[in-house]
Write a protein that binds this ligand. Structure first.
Ligand code: COA
Length: 376
């Protein structure tokens, strides 16, 4: 006889509070990292400082920030041995998120601290992971273009180094600022799907690499991090501002989801989308493309037809496109930043752990009698 529950939840745990957290919060449609408003951080902070904030719950003093910047910077490089082996992994017809998921998992095999549960060792692993995900993304891109791996440079920011390692040319200050702001905006987001998945893995007291690998697999899906790439594919398919309204209306009539719209928590707009919209406008105008205008026309149509507002993935697509970043790297870039938030969640989970083990209400037949295979 199946156990009877008060009410099964087949609605993606909507409204369920699964843990307490001190990392980031969404309050009245505003996003805060450790109590600081996201718009304030986007304008004034750096990615490195935000990582420190997410991991420590407070902003660093000048000497602490300098030390942390240097630690992250020192951990960005990939050894010649790793580069040689990783360059042998397939990249043709391989989605970079699949490659990244495998590469991060492989990194554990070279890390003698990966299985340690000592705080100091875990901190070292956390730094390595956070610093190296972006380096892996850059290595993937250069490998598939048959180009050499570019090493990080000391004394340069994380954003500067990522763009340099990706493109092999020194980025200009404006591109570095835009990219750094994108990293800040994507670093954490309360109990999003991938952070939850990282926490579930950590709750079995598995290691940091396993939890981050789980999270990368979760971020990959088009309903989560994969939406930014899908948005750009949609913009390229729509082609012109004039086509936008009719294209969206037809998609909605066909009950298709318009990528980059809607959110489980924000029903009156995602604050990150507003920051990215401003950046998209400037970058598209500078590049002389119509993608901002097209995005705005789509935004207006989805709002008027369906009452849905853009999320973080909508305007980030045209921002990355304007920066010349290949479409299928948009989600790996999301991971490059979000790994910092996942790690904050993993540590928080370890610090007050109880294994996640919900129940499932049985809806099938019960008390069936086994029938030997020959009699079925
Ligand atoms: N385009 C069209 N309709 C959408 C939509 C979208 N992007 N997002 C939600 N809806 C519709 C749903 O079909 C549903 O309609 P219904 O009540 O007629 O069935 C209604 O709005 C409620 O949406 P629901 O799917 O229940 O929301 P959710 O909380 O389960 O899912 C998302 C949230 C983000 C997964 C969802 O909005 C979505 O799939 N968006 C597109 C993918 C995306 O941009 N993901 C990135 C998130 S940051």
């Amino acid at each position: 006889m199946a156990e009877v529950f008060a009410g099964a939840i087949d609605k993606g745990l909507e409204g369920v509070v699964a843990c307490t957290t001190g990392i980031s919060s969404i309050v009245d449609a505003q996003l805060f990292y450790s109590g600081y408003l996201i718009e304030d951080l986007a304008e004034n902070s750096t990615f490195e400082e935000v990582v420190y904030l997410l991991w420590n719950g407070r902003l660093p003093k000048a000497n602490e920030l300098e030390k942390f910047n240097n630690e992250l910077n020192a951990n960005m490089s990939l050894s010649a041995e790793k580069v040689e082996l990783l360059q042998k992994l397939p990249t043709k017809n391989v989605h970079p998120m699949a490659w990244l998921r495998s590469a991060v998992s492989m990194m554990a095999l070279w890390d003698d601290k990966s299985q340690s549960d000592e705080d100091a060792d875990r901190h070292e692993v956390a730094l390595r992971l956070t610093a190296k995900v972006g380096s892996l993304v850059a290595l993937f891109e250069r490998t598939r273009q048959a180009k050499e791996y570019v090493s990080p440079q000391a004394g340069k920011s994380f954003a500067w180094n990522f763009l340099h390692m990706l493109n092999g040319v020194e980025p200009d200050a404006d591109s570095v600022k835009v990219f750094d702001t994108c990293l800040i905006l994507h670093a954490d987001h309360e109990l999003n799907c991938s952070a939850f998945s990282a926490r579930v893995t950590a709750s079995s007291l598995s290691d940091l690499y396993s939890a981050v690998t789980s999270a990368i697999g979760t971020l990959k899906g088009p309903l989560h991090g994969g939406a930014n790439e899908a948005v750009m594919r949609m913009l390229l398919e729509i082609k012109t501002v004039d086509n936008a309204k009719a294209w969206i209306k037809s998609a909605l009539e066909n009950k298709e989801k318009v990528m980059g719209f809607g959110h489980r928590v924000y029903k009156n707009g995602d604050p990150r989308a507003k920051v990215l919209r401003g950046m998209s406008k400037i970058l598209c105008e500078n590049a002389g493309t119509e993608y901002y205008e097209m995005s705005k026309a789509i935004d207006d149509t989805v709002q008027s037809e369906k009452g849905l507002l853009p999320n973080v993935d909508f305007y980030s697509a045209s921002v990355y496109y304007s920066m010349g970043i290949p479409l299928d790297l948009y989600t790996p870039i999301f991971a490059t930043s979000r790994v910092s938030g996942w790690i904050a969640h993993i540590f928080e989970q370890y610090s007050k752990n109880r294994i996640y083990r919900p129940r499932g209400e049985w809806t099938g037949e019960s008390s069936l009698k086994y029938v030997p295979v020959a009699d079925r």
